[in-house]
Ligand binder design. Sequence first.
Ligand code: DAH
Length: 330
Amino acid sequence: MTSNLEAQLLALQQEGEQAIAAADTLEGLEELRVSYLGKKGQLGALLRSMGQMSAEERPKIGAIANTVKESLQTSLDKQRAALEAAKIQAQLEAETLDVTMPGIFRPQGRIHPLNGIIDQAFDIFVGMGYTVAQGPEMETDYYNFEALNTPPDHPARDMQDTFYLPDGNLLRTHTSSVQIRYMEKEEPPIRVVAPGRVYRRDNVDATHSAVFHQIELLAIDEGLTFTDLKGTIKMFLQAMFGDLPIRFRASYFPFTEPSAEVDLQWNGRWLEVMGCGMVDPNVMKSVGYDPEIYTGFAAGFGVERFAMVLHQIDDIRRLYASDLRFLRQF
Ligand code: DAH
C-alpha cells in the first residue's frame, strides 16, 4: 500500500515535470498548475487516500508528498519565468522600429502674409499693453460715420465710397467704427487694437481692392498728448520696418484733431503708411466721455499696404488669389 502510493507520487512528479517543461504558453502552464497542485488537483486526490494509512506510514508519505509538491512548484516557477521572458522578447522583436524607413511627407501649412502682418502688429502692441477688439463688418451709419464726427452732409463721406445695404445699413468703410463700439462698452484708460475687413466701392486693380484689411489703434487716458501718439507710432513702425526715417504730415480726418498722415522712407521714396490724430472732442462726447478729463489718440492703417511694402508684392490681387506658388514663399 505504502510503496504503491509512493510510486504513484513519484510517477505524478515525473509526469508533471515533463508536462510543465513542455508547456509553451502561460495559459497552458496555469492549467497544469491547477491540474496538479490545485484544490481539486491530482496531488490532492492521491493524498486524500492517506486517510486509510497507518500512523507510522503517514509521516513518510507526507514527506514524500511535500517533496513532490515543492519540486512541481519549482518547475512551475521556472517555466513561468522562461515563458514570460520569451513573451517580452517576442514583443520586443515584433515592435522593433526601423529608423531607416523613409518617412511620410506631410505638407505643412503656412501663415498667410496678411495674417503674418496682423500677428506681427499684435505682438508689438500687446507688448505695449494693448488688448485686441473686434466689431461687425455690417455696420450702421451711426458707428461708421455719425459718431465719428461725420454727419450726413459731411464732405468727408465722399472720401470713402460706401456699399449701402437695402435696409440702410452699410459695410464698414474702416475699422474706426470699432473705436465707438469699444468706448461705449469700456471706460478709460483704453489701449486697444482692432483688426478687420473693410469695404469700399473701388474698382479692383493692382493697388485697389473692394475688400481689404485695416488695423485700428486707440488710446484714451488722462493727459495723453500728441507726443504719446508720435512715440507709439514711431515704435510700432520701427518694429515693423526697421529703423527708417519717419515723418508726420498734417492732414485731415473728421474724427481726429489735429490729424496727420505718417510717411516712411522706403527705398529712397516717401511712402504714406497710416492716418492718425488726437481723438476729436466730439467723438469723446458721442460715447459719453468728458473731453475736459480725457484725451486720446487713434490711428489706422491698411494691412495689404504693409504686406506689399514689406514683401515687395506688386499686385494686391496676389494676396487673395490662393495661388500656392505665391503663398509657399511666406
Ligand atoms: N479710418 C481712416 C481711413 O480708413 C484711417 C484713420 C485715420 C484711422 C486717422 C484713425 C485715424 O484712427 O485717427 O482712411
